[in-house]
Design a protein around this ligand. Structure first.
Ligand code: FES
Length: 148
């Protein structure tokens, strides 16, 4: 089946099974490997992207459900890393191993869009992504720094 996905502002017609998780279309069909595979069951958040501006776990989203929507991946956030969140992440040296961090960043951007001045409790409620290195205190601090 041919489906057209709008990814990072460009239409991509793909010959793909409509049940394919968006994560695999991004990584395998389009080479957008900034979106990571962690659990594959919508639990860890490593695969977080935006669909029409909302944070979504792409491993649990069939491509058919995304066909009429705008998908944004970490690659389109800011190619020169000048987005406020990316600057805060770099300045705060948030990542340890780094594997989960693109998903964390996408979740953080969606949070700040909805809530420009989140409290610690707001951050903890919104950012449910898992990090095996335990970078949560630095994630929280960087979100607050980006919020200004
Ligand atoms: Fe999608 Fe874990 S890989 S939530």
């Amino acid at each position: 089946m041919t489906l057209t996905l709008n990814i990072n502002g460009q239409d991509h017609p793909l010959d793909i099974d409509p049940d394919t998780p968006l994560l695999w279309a991004l990584r395998d069909n389009l080479g957008l490997t900034g979106t990571k595979y962690g659990c594959g069951i919508g639990q860890c958040g490593a695969c977080t992207v935006h669909i029409d501006g909302q944070a979504v776990r792409s491993c649990a989203m069939p491509v058919e459900a995304c066909a009429a929507q705008r998908v944004t991946t970490i690659e389109a956030l800011s190619p020169d890393r000048s987005h406020a969140i990316q600057r805060a992440w770099i300045e705060g040296q948030v990542p340890q191993c780094g594997y989960c961090q693109s998903g964390m960043i996408m979740a953080a951007v969606a949070l700040l869009k909805e809530n420009p001045k989140p409290s610690d409790a707001d951050i903890d409620a919104a950012i449910t992504n898992l990090c095996r290195c335990g970078t949560y205190p630095r994630v929280r601090a960087a979100i607050k720094a980006a919020a200004g």
